[in-house]
Structure formats: C-alpha cells, structure tokens
Design a protein around this ligand. Structure first.
Ligand code: G3I
Length: 373
C-alpha cells in the first residue's frame, strides 16, 4: 500500500513536471484528425504500468496503438498449445477503455516465432501439413481470443527480400509461398470482421515495392481478403528517398487497399553497415564511433534531423487520401529498440518525444503540417 502511494506520488510529480510543454499544445492526433490516425507502439513497461507517464502522453497525442512485442507468437504461444494472453489482454483492454484503434501485431513472422513451431520432438523440421496445421491453430486461437477487440491484424510480416524475392524463412521453405495466402485465409475464417494487413520494411525500394504489389495482387486474384499494406517506415538519415516513399504509397493505394505507415522511426546515430535493414538477426559489435551523441545532439545535426522528419510528414500529408494510419515505433527516446539494435547500449533519438517525455521542438512543426487544409 505504502509502495503504491510512493509510486502514485512519484508519477504525479513527474506529470506536473511534464505538464507545461507536453499538455498545453495541440496534439498530433487532432492535427491529423481529418487525414489519418496517429498511432504508437506500446511496450510491456507501458502496458504493465511501469512507465506511467507514458499513458497520459499516449492518450494526448495518439488515437491508435499497437503492441511492440506482446502479441507475437513467441509471447502468445511460447509452448505448443500453451497460450498466454495476459499482456495482450492488458494492452487490448487499455485500448478499448480509451477508445483507441487497436492493432494486433503480428500473426505470422519468421522472427520471434518460437522454435517449436517448426520442429518435431527430435528437432527436425516438421512436414508441410503439420506446419500448416500449426499455423491454422495459432491464427485461429489468437484471432478468436481478441475477436471484437482488435481493429486490424498484421497477418504476415516481412515475407519478402529487398531484392523482391521470397524470404527463405521456415514458413517459406516448408510450406512454399502459399503460406501467405493460407495465413490470410485462416485469419479471415477466424474473424471475418477484422481488417487484415501485410506488413513489410524497406518496401519503398522499387524491387520490393513491385514484389509487394504482386503479392497483394495474387491474394486479390484468388479472392482472399486483404485490407491494407503496412509500410513499416524504419528509416535512416539516408533512407528512403522521399520520391520512393511517395511512389510506394501510390502504387499500394492503386491496389484499392489502405496504406499504413506502421513502424515509423528515424534513428540518428550511424548505421554500421552498407545494408539498411530492420531484420533483427543483424547485429554489430559496440564501438565508440557508432555512439556519437551519447551527450546530446549538436544543433547543426538536430536541424538536419528535424528537416528529415518534416519531409517525411510532408510526403504523408500530401498522400493523406491514401494513408489511413501513421504509427510511431515507440513513444519516447528512452524506450526504443534502437538503443539496443543492432548494437546494444547506444543512445539514439529516433522518435518524437524525448527522454523527459517532452515533445521535441519538431513536433509543433509536424502539427502545423497536419493543420494545413
Ligand atoms: O523481454 C525480454 C527480457 O525479459 C530479457 O531480459 C531481454 C534480454 O535481452 O530481452 C527482452 O526481450 C526483448 C524484447 O525486444 C523486449 O525488449 C528481445 O530480446 C528483443 O529481441 C525484442 O526485440 C523486439 C524485436 O522486434 C524482436 O521481436 C523489439 O523490441 C521490437 O521493436 C522489434 O519490432 C520489430 C517489429 O515487430 C517488426 N518489424 C521490425 C521491428 C524492429 O525489428
């Protein structure tokens, strides 16, 4: 009881400290209200109430939420037949209670799928039929569990390579490319009212754009429901070219589906490779040269970063008729996967609120973009 009182008092104190700048300006969601939803990914710290300031900030600026991790297969079915929905339920119920658009992420993804999914008791790959059945059971159980509480699902995540081929995932190797259409069919059979999305990173690249278009056309030709394409939006200071982002939004919208920017973030510390990816199997050794802003960002660099944020939002605003949602992959700089990937323990600044939960100065300029007629 005493501990709870101390936590409540500490939260209230922090709220007071955060109030002046955070809560007196127009919000992101209101600025873009007639254009697209503004979403944010929440992590388990936030879902479980250990990051209490995050909650009023979320409610002030965002009208859509997605779970950063707790609805992935690794967490919802860690062992075969053992489904755990505690965090997922907290997350979804928080969204429902606060009238937010709740997105489920994600049903079928090669990464963060538990090992048992693909192997038998001897550790060998399971047969095609077995994997299809496991996929069906997983999708059916998870989608039905959240039925009526989730607005849309990222059904399949990251099935393609940057070059436009099929990613050689276990799903692909064991089942073949049909795993994508099966996943969408199973999701539809479990809940015919929920929206179903294909979610991908780097699909601003022309080859991957074309492959995404073909993947969706194939589903549509077979009469399989797909409602939207997620452009993850894990960007860097050099990627993507804005013309490519614009071209992908237009190409995807031309398919008659919603286009969503689903995981937007802009890391500002150097990317330690020639290949830009969001593939979490990629990792690099820590080196000081890769952590240049441990003590803050110089003004000259901050201006470049701000300009990049503004250019991204200009492209999205100009395509507001096609874009239905823009979701930030993280609420504040202190809790973002970018601080730990692909190098652990760096200090990055990839989202719109700083480590003190304050909106960065660029937020008011983004709001101005949203308020344009
Ligand atoms: O929760 C455990 C904790 O108990 C443990 O002590 C700690 C040790 O490292 O790991 C914690 O789990 C980590 C989890 O994030 C929560 O922080 C995992 O190791 C780590 O792999 C996991 O990373 C997530 C990653 O997906 C893989 O699931 C990132 O937070 C998350 O931002 C990232 O999100 C993906 C999208 O789902 C799909 N698109 C790409 C995007 C970035 O990779």
């Amino acid at each position: 009881m005493k501990k709870l009182a101390i936590i409540t008092f500490a939260s209230a104190l922090l709220m007071v400290q955060c109030t002046p700048k955070t809560f007196n300006q127009p919000s992101l969601k209101d600025a873009f209200a007639n254009k697209f939803l503004i979403g944010v990914a929440l992590n388990t710290q936030q879902i479980n109430g250990n990051d209490s300031i995050a909650i009023p900030l979320t409610l002030k600026h965002f009208n859509s939420i997605v779970a950063e991790n707790c609805m992935k297969a690794e967490n919802t079915q860690p062992k075969q037949g053992v489904f755990t929905f505690d965090d997922g339920d907290k997350f979804v119920n928080f969204g429902i209670e606060n009238n937010l658009n709740v997105i489920g992420h994600c049903l079928i993804w090669h990464s963060q799928a538990p090992r048992w999914f693909f192997t038998d008791s001897l550790g060998n790959d399971v047969s095609r039929d077995t994997l299809i059945e496991r996929m069906r059971t997983h999708i059916d159980t998870v989608v039905k569990h959240f039925k009526g509480r989730v607005h849309g699902w990222d059904v399949v995540n990251e099935a393609l390579t940057d070059e436009g081929g099929w990613r050689e995932s276990k799903f692909y190797k064991i089942i073949g490319p049909e795993y994508v259409e099966l996943a969408f069919k199973f999701a539809y059979q479990a809940d015919s009212t929920v929206e179903l999305y294909y979610n991908e990173f780097n699909n601003e690249k022309p080859a991957k754009r074309e492959a995404t278009v073909n993947l969706v056309k194939n589903l549509q030709a077979k009469g399989i429901r797909i409602d939207g394409i997620g452009v993850q939006g894990h960007y860097t200071m050099d990627f993507p070219e804005f013309a490519d982002l614009d071209a992908s939004i237009k190409a995807f919208a031309a398919l008659g589906v919603q286009v969503m920017i689903t995981e937007l973030d802009l890391p500002v510390i150097p990317w330690p490779s020639e290949t830009v990816t969001a593939d979490i199997s990629f990792s690099v050794e820590a080196q000081e040269k890769y952590n240049p802003y441990a003590n803050g960002i110089p003004d000259s660099m901050q201006q470049i970063i701000d300009q990049r944020w503004l250019s991204i939002f200009e492209v999205l605003n100009n395509n507001a008729d096609a874009v239905s949602r823009v979701t930030l992959w993280g609420l504040h700089d202190n809790q973002t996967w970018r601080n730990n990937w692909p190098i652990k323990g760096r200090k990055d600044y990839p989202v719109l609120f700083d480590r003190q939960y304050q909106p960065k100065p660029v937020v008011s300029k983004i709001i101005e973009i949203g308020l344009k007629p």
